[in-house]
Design a protein. Structure first.
Length: 463
């Protein structure tokens, strides 16, 4: 009987303890959505002190601390939570934000992609996908700047033989009517050459970014002097170049060929002449001539993919060409209007759809990432509230089972050994700007009435 009473008292105490910890967590969780981060930190610190294995509380504490500006400690806490729950999209999203805040766009891109994969139906997904479009471009510019600073160290011999870059076609007439085609034709050739499995084709955005970094206009592409340098910087062993000549009677001539900069030889060039109305067929003929000149044998599937025309409407394509140039010059509203004009002519013009999405992402981009509420980060698009609540409950039960298994594992838990184990995850990494030197500071986190937990964290020196 005595043993039974003791068991009942212990169970009652445990229930009271768990309920208290749950209350601290609930208040802290709500405080984050209300953007009361100091209140959130206070409540969540107590929740972690009372229940060191509460991964939700550890995660939310990292989020609250992030919003108070301590990226270093936030990163450590979020990584502790990620180690225990790698399939949590909220954790991936906020680690991505920390990387982005520190200009580590490549790592931010990786984390945002993880978030998208973990939440494929999330209503917030499109916003992250749009953000990725901008971050990929920023990382590209960063990589190119780094390459320019160490250009003398780049070796042409290290470039793969199958890497190809297509430069902008040159308008060899004084008439500016053909100017929009300079970039549009290049984009078409890039798309078609990308269908060849034996080739790795450099995207047009990379060429454009490099030209901007080098201060080159379209006229800077004239002549062969720049081709080897551009190829080396773009990582392409073959450079495809071409020109446009307007002839009498609405006739057009397209000249194209390639230079193998790695082996210092010029490939077979091709020339196609025809009516402007046959532009798409002429472009396909040019592509096949270039491929033949490279000695590549196409499969029937590759040939069929190349023969596919992006749009049957020439005017739609001209609007698209115009939009590309406007986008490159940062005229996003004008580019959006041109892409939409192309789609009015041909609603099925896939490249125009992607272009419109791109300029929307660029025009709406904000330096600081958005601060979505938890519901936005986790809810499924179009899911009824009742179903959403049921799904959340099921997910919570799954997490509780995972946490229970983790408690039974030999892996150290948060608590008395926090300073020696959990927050030393990736201790060699400090998400910081390279110009700052790391220092070490002794911080004390006090979780409510519990014993202080000492954490050694590297922090950037104040500027």
């Amino acid at each position: 009987m005595l043993k039974m009473r003791i068991k009942i008292l212990l169970l009652a105490g445990l229930m009271s303890f768990t309920g208290c910890a749950s209350t601290y967590y609930s208040r802290g969780h709500k405080a984050i959505d209300d953007e009361r981060y100091a209140d959130a930190v206070r409540e969540l610190k107590q929740a972690v002190a009372d229940e060191p294995t509460n991964i939700d509380a550890i995660r939310d504490l990292g989020i609250a601390i992030y919003n108070m500006g301590n990226l270093n400690l936030s990163f450590r806490l979020l990584n502790v939570a990620k180690m225990r729950r790698p399939d949590d999209p909220v954790i991936a999203y906020y680690i991505g934000r920390i990387y982005e805040d520190n200009g580590q766009y490549d790592k931010a891109i990786d984390m945002y992609k993880i978030y998208i994969n973990l939440s494929p139906l999330n209503s917030f997904r499109q916003e992250i996908e749009d953000r990725l479009l901008v971050l990929v471009r920023q990382q590209m510019r960063k990589d190119l700047r780094n390459m320019l600073t160490r250009e003398s160290q780049l070796e042409v011999a290290a470039i793969p033989d199958n890497a190809v870059a297509v430069l902008y076609f040159l308008n060899l007439n004084n008439d500016k009517v053909l100017s929009p085609l300079q970039k549009g034709l290049t984009e078409m050739l890039i798309t078609d050459l990308s269908q060849v499995n034996d080739l790795v084709v450099i995207e047009r955005a990379r060429l454009q970014s490099l030209m901007e970094e080098m201060g080159l206009g379209l006229s800077g592409l004239v002549g062969s002097a720049n081709a080897p340098r551009l190829g080396k910087l773009l990582g392409a062993s073959k450079i495809v170049q071409g020109g446009l000549v307007q002839l009498a009677g609405k006739q057009l001539r397209i000249d194209a060929g390639y230079t193998d900069i790695k082996h210092n030889r010029t490939g077979t060039s091709g020339s196609v002449t025809g009516a402007v109305s046959n532009l798409f067929k002429m472009e396909k003929d040019v592509v096949f001539k270039v491929i033949d000149g490279m000695g590549i044998q196409l499969s029937s599937e590759e040939r069929k993919a190349i023969e596919k025309v992006p749009t049957s409407d020439l005017l739609a394509f001209m609007y698209y060409c115009k939009a590309l140039d406007q986008e490159d010059r940062g005229l996003y509203n004008d580019a959006a209007n041109s892409y939409n004009a192309a789609l009015q002519k041909d609603p099925g013009f896939e490249q125009a759809v992607k272009g419109a999405q791109r300029v929307k992402a660029f025009s709406e981009f904000k330096v600081k990432p958005p601060k979505p509420k938890f519901a936005a980060l986790t809810a499924k698009r179009g899911e009824p509230a009742g179903k959403r609540g049921k799904a959340a409950s099921q997910a919570k039960n799954t997490r509780q089972r995972q946490d229970q298994r983790q408690q039974e594992s030999p892996m150290p838990l948060l608590g008395s050994r926090l300073d020696r184990t959990a927050l030393n995850v990736n201790s060699g990494f400090m998400p910081g700007i390279e110009s700052r030197e790391p220092a070490t500071e002794e911080n004390v986190l006090t979780f409510g009435s519990s014993n202080p937990i000492f954490i050694r964290i590297p922090i950037p020196l104040k500027q």
